[in-house]
Design a protein around this ligand. Structure first.
Ligand SMILES: *[C@@H]1O[C@H](CO)[C@@H](O)[C@H](O)[C@H]1NC(C)=O
Ligand SMILES: *[C@@H]1O[C@H](CO)[C@@H](O)[C@H](O)[C@H]1NC(C)=O
Ligand SMILES: *[C@@H]1O[C@H](CO)[C@@H](O)[C@H](O)[C@H]1NC(C)=O
Ligand SMILES: *[C@@H]1O[C@H](CO)[C@@H](O)[C@H](O)[C@H]1NC(C)=O
Ligand SMILES: [Zn+2]
Length: 410
């Protein structure tokens, strides 16, 4: 399903897949580091074109701030047809606890650069004016209009029941149903400023609504996925929902229960958590060697977090290192993860904007994900000729948690 602006995410977006296979390396006399900005894929409205989110850099008016304070607010709703039980786990106080770890997740993932401040009104459930079954928030039935109606109903009922209006509008607002609102199925994000119908400016950038699969499947990290959209990161999973997907168990924008949920280095670079000085950029033929440090750890300001080979403004290839640490304690494999990044077309469309390259095809993967064990390591697969790229990547040495990575572009 593809929706026009304001964009709605979390359901299914059906887009055509294209992967390019030819080569166009521009000569460059700069050193990889000084060159880093050259490796950014750019778009005129960074992160957001034609109603779709994508992987490009560039200024954008619709993305919530990814550095410094992200001022967000959550409140709880229930319905006449599915009233909250107000017992056990289904109380506002328990739900507040349930979502709290999403804040620390961002502290780790952003190396402290994002202060994700999630204020919660845990005083009560606000009773929605409509029955849950009337809101059309199922995967097949949701539209931008039905989502906005739900959001505005929630904000209105919150304010009219005496909820405190924000002094300044929040950056993002989260509307969370009680645990038994069976027809409020999935989580969705709409990127648009939210006002109450009486004109109170409530949220500057976006609104997120959660559903029952938060409780049955995703748990608190649904907030880190949906907030990723608020920060203009796209979904990384295929529209068909086919098993394995494009990125396996890496980056929770692909799979919320990913074994290695930390955002890709490309995403952290785009969000401003990794600096240009931490990216080695290759635009020329030749052989270079890089010491690459794990994305999960803050490390020092001069540690390389990613090696990027840029083909043109459409395609880049990235090598990053994953370790079993930080938010990736449950990672299936460690080592060098390779992936391609594809820019959106002028209408913002792209399917599989990031695709992990499997060093161990048909291995059966790890915990159900074929790509999750596909890293380069000294023990298993040391060298990979990247299909269609005239690029070979090798790991030559492990130094602490870092890897020496040799990149040959020919
Ligand atoms: C980038 O390279 C790919 C493959 O050669 C090609 O299909 C694509 O059109 C190129 N994009 C630009 C902007 O030149
Ligand atoms: C790879 O390099 C060879 C030799 O230079 C060239 O003929 C071929 O077109 C290149 N392939 C790609 C996909 O760039
Ligand atoms: C909402 O659901 C309740 C309980 O099932 C029902 O009594 C009521 O008539 C419904 N209201 C509307 C407006 O459908
Ligand atoms: C995060 O923001 C909140 C709200 O402004 C503030 O109270 C808190 O001190 C900030 N924390 C950090 C680590 O900056
Ligand atoms: Zn999503």
């Amino acid at each position: 399903m593809r929706l026009l602006p304001p964009v709605l995410l979390g359901a299914i977006t059906a887009l055509a897949a294209t992967i390019s296979t030819t080569h166009d390396h521009r000569p460059s006399t700069l050193t990889p580091r000084a060159n880093a900005p050259t490796c950014k894929l750019t778009a005129s409205n960074g992160g957001y074109v034609g109603g779709s989110l994508h992987e490009a850099f560039g200024p954008s008016t619709v993305c919530a701030p990814s550095k410094g304070l992200l001022n967000t607010f959550m409140f709880f709703v229930d319905f006449s047809d599915y009233p909250a039980s107000n017992t056990g786990d289904d109380t506002p106080a328990k739900l507040k606890e349930f979502f709290a770890p999403s804040m620390e997740w961002y502290t780790h993932s952003s190396y402290g650069r994002l202060n994700f401040s999630l204020a919660v009104d845990a005083s009560r459930f606000y009773r929605m004016p409509g029955n849950a079954s009337t809101y059309n928030l199922g995967r097949g039935t949701i539209t931008t209009e039905s989502h906005l109606k739900y959001i505005r109903d929630a904000v209105d009922v919150y304010l009219s029941a005496g909820g405190k209006a924000p002094g300044d509008p929040y950056d993002v607002v989260y509307i969370v149903p009680a645990r038994n609102a069976l027809t409020i199925e999935a989580a969705f994000t709409t990127l648009t400023p939210i006002r109450s119908r009486s004109g109170v400016s409530f949220s500057k950038f976006s609104a997120v609504t959660t559903g029952m699969n938060t409780y049955t499947h995703w748990q608190y990290k649904v907030i880190n996925h949906e907030t990723g959209h608020a920060l203009c990161l796209p979904d990384l999973y295929p529209s068909t929902g086919s098993a394995g997907g494009y990125v396996g168990g890496w980056d929770l924008m692909g799979y919320i229960k990913a074994t290695g949920p930390d955002y890709f280095a490309w995403h952290k670079w785009k969000l401003g958590w990794i600096d240009d000085a931490q990216v080695d950029c290759i635009t020329d033929r030749g052989s270079t060697t890089h010491t690459v440090y794990p994305v999960e750890l803050k490390g020092s300001a001069m540690e390389t977090k990613a090696v990027v080979v840029k083909r043109n403004n459409t395609m880049a290839l990235v090598a990053e290192v994953r370790a079993k640490t930080g938010v990736d304690m449950t990672a299936c494999a460690t080592g060098v993860v390779l992936y391609t990044v594809q820019n959106a077309d002028p209408r913002g469309r792209v399917a599989g904007p990031i695709r992990v390259i499997d060093s161990t095809p048909r291995s059966g993967g790890c915990r159900g994900e074929e790509l999750s064990d596909g890293t380069l390591t000294l023990e298993r697969v040391k060298t990979l000729a990247v299909p269609g790229w005239n690029v070979t990547v090798s790991v030559t040495e492990k130094v602490g948690e870092a890897y020496r990575v040799k990149v040959d572009v020919y």
